[in-house]
Design a protein around this ligand. Structure first.
Ligand code: ATP
Length: 462
């Protein structure tokens, strides 16, 4: 029987839970609350790619439809919100450069920095309003829910209040970009208090931002302004598949990690070693492990500062009775291809004996077989990060081989976002995987074993 929870749910227990950093996988969903006539504030991920106000990929909108449809069908007053890009908070105070821009400016000689900063700001001011408005998303939603969708030109201002007040049961309003308000990313209590007017039930369905404690992703619940907080169907699915695969895997559990640098995945390696039976390491990050074991890796990507860490992980695996597989043969080139998809002359070498003038850029055929057979023997496989420079068709064989092995097994197969998700989609294997996570950064933090604020804040299922 479905369990309905009254709106007067105690927020205190949830707050304590959050502060303790506990993360239960069993979270209440929209099915567990009576939403009829209730104002449901739904945090979506409508951060879709747009060119000149035209949406170029509707996947994220389509992904949100089941949750919205359920709420509409069950008579909720549906109030949707989302961020869109990084609009620098131009409509409020707190305007500044984003992280990428800051880095680019800091890399310049000191006497050029002020001018570069001014240029970025001028460009942002010129582009932002059009580029970052959610209006095109509202138009798209209106095609799915004809006659039911309105758009508010602000987040908590006059227009939002007017549109929310006019909502009938089963109707939808999309609020303007949450990041147009500086309070969003600052997780301001003041903004959360204002949002509370729109929130009998808080619904989080944005896994991609669940690792951030912003006002609409967690703050509104953390500050106690949401009487009840539940997940939508997208987050429910992430917890069911990604969450269960890591926390309650059917064994043997094989984890595969690739990508460029060891430094980016230190905590993922550490956490997954605790959970999995076999850890496969490919991609650029494998060479630091190989060097740590005394191998010669030529020009391959190595992070000398992390050699000690790699040795620690190898020892940890031994003491836990876990297996770590490293590449045994490697596709090498004379250097990194420039441009990235340029034709390359490949020579294969034993991964531990790469000549000084060659760079390892993909796993070789013997390694592909080794990794594929490990996948075949698994009951659960989680994969994050490509096995080589897959952007170059000649160096995509290793990544393809892992994707194919995963597509062919009956095991539960989970792709943890980012480049591996793109590779799987590009190869046409997407519908052969059990689950492809929608959150790049969020799924990585999940694999690190971190508590995601946007999930921790939701009510536990009892
Ligand atoms: P995301 O966080 O987006 O999911 P990811 O975890 O899939 O990314 P990254 O750590 O960003 O992976 O690394 C992906 C990059 O690693 C690719 O651009 C690929 O070309 C590069 N890469 C893979 N193997 C090598 C290698 N042997 N040498 C150098 N670069 C490599």
């Amino acid at each position: 029987m479905r369990k309905h929870v009254s709106i007067g749910f105690k927020t205190k227990s949830r707050k304590i839970n959050f502060l303790k950093g506990e993360l239960s996988m069993a979270k209440m969903t929209i099915r567990d609350v009576d939403v009829k006539g209730k104002k449901c504030l739904v945090r979506c991920d409508f951060n879709v790619p747009m060119v000149d106000g035209v949406i170029t990929d509707e996947n994220r909108i389509n992904g949100a439809l089941p949750t919205i449809k359920y709420l509409v069908d069950n008579g909720a007053k549906v109030i949707l919100c989302s961020h869109m890009g990084k609009p620098h908070n131009i409509f409020t105070e707190g305007f500044g450069l984003n992280k990428k821009e800051k880095k680019a400016v800091e890399a310049l000689p000191e006497n050029e920095q002020a001018a570069a900063k001014a240029e970025y700001i001028a460009k942002a001011l010129k582009n932002d309003p059009k580029k970052f408005t959610l209006k095109p998303v509202a138009d798209k939603l209106a095609e799915h829910f004809p006659g039911k969708v309105t758009f508010a030109t602000d987040l908590v201002g006059e227009d939002a209040h007017k549109k929310v007040a006019a909502l009938k049961d089963g109707e939808i309003v999309l609020l303007e970009n949450t990041r147009f308000d500086a309070g969003e990313e600052k997780n301001s209590e003041e903004l959360c208090r204002k949002l509370a007017d729109f929130c009998d039930v808080y619904v989080n369905d944005a896994f991609g931002t669940a690792h951030r404690a912003h006002a609409t992703t967690a703050g509104i619940v953390q500050y106690g302004f949401a009487p009840v907080a539940v997940s939508g169907f997208l987050i429910e699915k992430e917890l069911k598949f990604l969450g269960n695969a890591v926390e309650n895997p059917v064994r043997p559990f094989v984890a595969i990690l690739g990508g460029a640098k060891v430094a980016d995945k230190l905590n993922v390696i550490d956490n997954l070693l605790n959970k999995c039976d076999t850890l496969i390491i490919g991609g650029g990050m494998a060479y630091t492990f190989i060097k740590a074991q005394g191998g010669s890796v030529g020009l391959s990507l190595v992070d000398d500062e992390k050699i000690e860490y790699c040795n620690k992980m190898l020892e940890k695996a031994k003491s836990l009775g876990k297996t770590i597989y490293l590449p045994i043969d490697t596709a090498t080139c004379a250097g990194f291809p420039d441009p990235i998809d340029a034709h390359v002359d490949i020579e294969y070498y034993d991964s531990f004996n790469i000549p000084a003038d060659r760079e390892g850029l993909d796993i070789g055929p013997k390694t592909q077989e080794l990794f594929a057979s490990a996948v075949k023997s698994a009951k659960t496989v989680v994969w994050n990060g490509p096995m080589g420079v897959f952007e170059n068709p000649q160096l995509a064989a290793g990544t393809n081989a892992v994707a194919k092995a995963m597509a062919e097994t009956d095991a539960t197969t989970i792709i943890g976002g980012g480049d591996s998700a793109a590779a799987v989609a590009q190869l046409g294997y997407a519908d052969k995987m059990t689950h492809i996570s929608t959150g790049g950064g969020a799924s990585l933090e999940f694999l690190e074993g971190k508590v995601l604020p946007g999930i921790a804040c939701l009510n536990d299922k009892h």
